[in-house]
Design a protein around this ligand. Structure first.
Ligand SMILES: *[C@@H]1O[C@H](CO)[C@@H](O)[C@H](O)[C@H]1NC(C)=O
Ligand SMILES: *[C@@H]1O[C@H](CO)[C@@H](O)[C@H](O)[C@H]1NC(C)=O
Ligand SMILES: *[C@@H]1O[C@H](CO)[C@@H](O)[C@H](O)[C@H]1NC(C)=O
Length: 466
């Protein structure tokens, strides 16, 4: 018995050893000949553009490339996209690649990975150029954490001077772009160069896998830190020709908290220096041909909104009742109607589908929690949603006036939504046109019953006379 156990343990150990060997050889097959990272810190949404020239220096073809992230960044990661560059110079084009989160058994210090699947395996000695975009939210920390109305907002950004990677990087450079040239301080890792609103780290040569060198940047950023803590978008399809949208927002200014008194006089008389990090306007990009737009909060309709429309887009500029300073919140509702024929189509297999934009119409905002509810017309069956990224999905039922059997509502939920998530999604369903008759039939029957009741009333003699 003991011998058996020992053999089993030995087998297990050798299997583990083989596995780790595989993992190791797997990462040593790839080397990064050149890496360039551009980090855009100009708004509160951090965008990182990474260009990697990868090289297969192993003996077997490689079909995937790994990206590594420190655990502190993974929680703030809203999106990771990758594309392969094909062709040179003028004829350059991009082919998008699949990126999926992956686990590796011996990840040092809790490193998290994403795996990029190459379209064609990279054979020995070959190189490929990959473009990666990833977006981080809630990654700028206001410091000082509280400012008064006359102060400008400063923030910290933490990262590594060296790109975290499971591969050896032969040469790398990182560029940071800040909103202004006002940089309070930054960690130096020679060569480091600061000119205007750009900060350059590197080039650094020959760094082994998992090299990491923490740095901190402290700079001015007065961009509106507009965060929608929660957004519920309700999309109601009526086969009578209208798509009704109702959006409920809970908006917050997530920048440095406002301290002291708020002086509206000072705010209005010296707008360039007073409350520079606050915001009073928001822009919502709505589809063209929008109609019956309203904007209200718990008090009632807000009249300070301006709608500009042209044949390609509509822009709604809204102004909350008071300017938003750090830590302040506002809740409001925007509603509008759209012509159904712009968004509802029939697929070749006879199903109907809604093609609408996911995400938040407000520009440059992060949505912590987004819920999109698509209320299908009465009688719609077998709904299915197609979204280009993972979301939580479930179905609900809803009854509104004149409904007989109720409507199916497709509910889609996603956390950490950025403007790049404003891509089209579809909800397919089966529909029997007989249901179109349900509402008019019900209306006519109600009127008919009413009519009968009136007739009966007029003919019944309620007098007590015999
Ligand atoms: C992992 O943690 C150890 C100990 O804290 C540290 O010395 C090392 O630099 C870390 N490595 C990375 C890649 O962060
Ligand atoms: C608000 O405006 C909308 C659209 O203009 C209108 O239908 C609604 O009755 C108004 N509500 C109030 C309370 O004024
Ligand atoms: C959905 O609409 C977008 C444009 O808004 C279009 O590019 C896309 O092809 C449409 N998708 C489907 C499945 O119809």
């Amino acid at each position: 018995m003991e011998a058996m156990l020992r053999i089993r343990a030995a087998l297990l150990l050798s299997a583990l050893a083989l596995l780790s060997l595989l993992v190791r050889s797997y990462s040593q097959e790839i080397q990064i000949a050149n890496a360039e990272r551009r980090i855009d810190l100009t708004s509160h949404i951090v965008k990182v553009f990474l260009t990697l020239k990868v090289e297969n220096v192993g003996t077997s073809p490689a079909s995937e490339i790994l990206l590594a992230f420190p655990p502190s960044q993974v929680d703030h990661l809203a999106l990771v996209k990758a594309a392969a560059t094909v062709g040179k110079r003028k004829k350059k084009s991009y082919l998008s690649l699949d990126v999926i989160p992956t686990e590796l058994p011996d990840a040092p210090n809790g490193t998290k990975y994403f795996s990029i699947s190459l379209l064609n395996p990279l054979s020995t000695g070959e190189t490929a150029t990959l473009e990666v975009l990833y977006i981080l939210t809630h990654s700028l920390e206001p410091f000082p954490a509280e400012i008064s109305q006359s102060e400008s907002q400063l923030v910290y950004y933490r990262d590594s001077a060296l790109i975290l990677s499971p591969y050896h990087i032969k040469k790398q450079t990182t560029f940071f772009k800040t909103p202004s040239s006002k940089l309070e301080s930054f960690t130096r890792v020679e060569p480091t160069n600061h000119a205007g609103a750009e900060l350059k780290y590197g080039p650094y040569e020959n760094h082994p896998p998992y090299s990491f060198l923490p740095i901190i940047l402290h700079f001015e950023n007065n961009n509106p830190f507009a965060i929608v803590e929660e957004l519920v978008r309700e999309v109601e399809i009526s086969h009578w020709g209208n798509l009704q949208i109702t959006e409920s927002y809970r908006l917050a200014h997530a920048g440095a908290r406002h301290k002291g008194m708020f002086s509206r006089v000072e705010y209005q008389s010296r707008p360039s220096i007073s409350g520079v990090s606050s915001f009073k306007h928001l822009l919502a990009r709505l589809p063209p041909r929008v109609h019956s737009v309203y904007y209200r909060d718990e008090i009632g309709n807000i009249s300070t909104s301006h709608l500009r429309t042209d044949p390609w887009k509509s822009e709604l500029e809204i102004e909350p009742r008071y300017p938003l300073f750090g830590g302040w919140k506002a809740t409001f509702v925007i509603g509008y109607g759209l012509p159904l024929e712009d968004f509802l189509f029939e697929s070749p297999d006879g199903r109907r589908y809604l093609n609408f934009s996911f995400g938040c119409p407000l520009v440059e905002t992060v949505v912590n929690k987004l819920t999109v509810k698509v209320a299908l017309p009465e009688g719609a069956k077998d709904p299915s949603a197609v979204i280009p990224f993972p979301v939580e999905q479930h179905l609900e039922a809803k009854y509104s006036y004149l409904d007989i059997v109720g409507r199916t509502v497709v509910v889609l939920e996603k956390n950490n939504v950025v403007p790049e998530h404003n891509s089209p999604f579809q909800v397919y369903y089966n529909f029997n046109p007989i249901f179109m008759l349900a509402e008019p039939l019900m209306l006519t029957s109600v009127f008919f019953l009413l009519f009968i009741a009136c007739l009966a009333y007029l003919h019944v003699d309620l007098s007590l006379r015999k």
